[in-house]
Design a protein around this ligand. Sequence first.
Ligand SMILES: NC(=O)c1ccc[n+]([C@@H]2O[C@H](COP(=O)([O-])OP(=O)(O)OC[C@H]3O[C@@H](n4cnc5c(N)ncnc54)[C@H](O)[C@@H]3O)[C@@H](O)[C@H]2O)c1
Length: 238
Amino acid sequence: MSVIGSRTTHVCCRPAEEGGSGDSSLHTARGTLAALGAVADEAFGSPELAGRTFGVIGLGSVGAHVARLLDRAGARLVVTDVNPATRGLAQELGATWVHPDDALTADVDILVPAALGGLLTARTVPLLRCAAVAGPANNQLDEPSTADLLAARNILWAPDPVVSSGGVIHATGVEVRRESEERLSERIQGIADTLRQVFHLARTRATTPATAASRLAERRVREGHPSPTRTAAPAPTS
Ligand SMILES: NC(=O)c1ccc[n+]([C@@H]2O[C@H](COP(=O)([O-])OP(=O)(O)OC[C@H]3O[C@@H](n4cnc5c(N)ncnc54)[C@H](O)[C@@H]3O)[C@@H](O)[C@H]2O)c1
């Protein structure tokens, strides 16, 4: 980002010493954890993460933070990465290590993709053994219709643009909106509220969370709606 920032000002997440908001990965992970609470609530009737089993695929910048935060919350962990150096973290957390090829079929409550996109396809969805999929990896569905395959298997999918938004909320909050860290923490926690809204919309409109999230986003853009955590501010009177 430093290098890109030498050619254009349209850059977020440069190092703090260069006036940027720094590495976004912890904030993405914090948002993911908030999202996982909402997912657990929708799938199991309780937002409690302790005692639930999470399959974290990818222990890179975001995945390692997610694994640590889940461990701290008392969750059970099944983890994988193609980089064998990450096994040290698995050992440190007492997590069960699986081969990357076996991660999708691991018997877990919630699968947490934190590596590459395109993981959910017509070939892989029938293999899943989890109740829900929710993680920060971008573009998890290979194509929009894969959301229907997940729904047909009764597997709850949390749209990744919502789950992974903590990093961008933090970066734009610091660099564009000039918000305080306290305010930003509230907004990152607000990802859970947004996701609850998405799930509610999907349930009441008999559609998938993917479609519900798109509709919600379109509506917010059209109507200029603030995010749920910003509704506490008084509405403009004019
Ligand atoms: N960094 C952020 O703030 C941020 C924000 C939003 C979304 N995301 C998304 O989250 C995902 C992870 O981002 P990151 O910044 O942690 O990247 P990263 O490169 O630091 O970590 C990715 C990890 O996944 C592992 N990996 C790659 N292929 C794998 C496979 N097939 N099976 C298992 N592990 C595999 C890599 O070895 C690496 O450790 C990406 O999809 C990214 O687009 C990241």
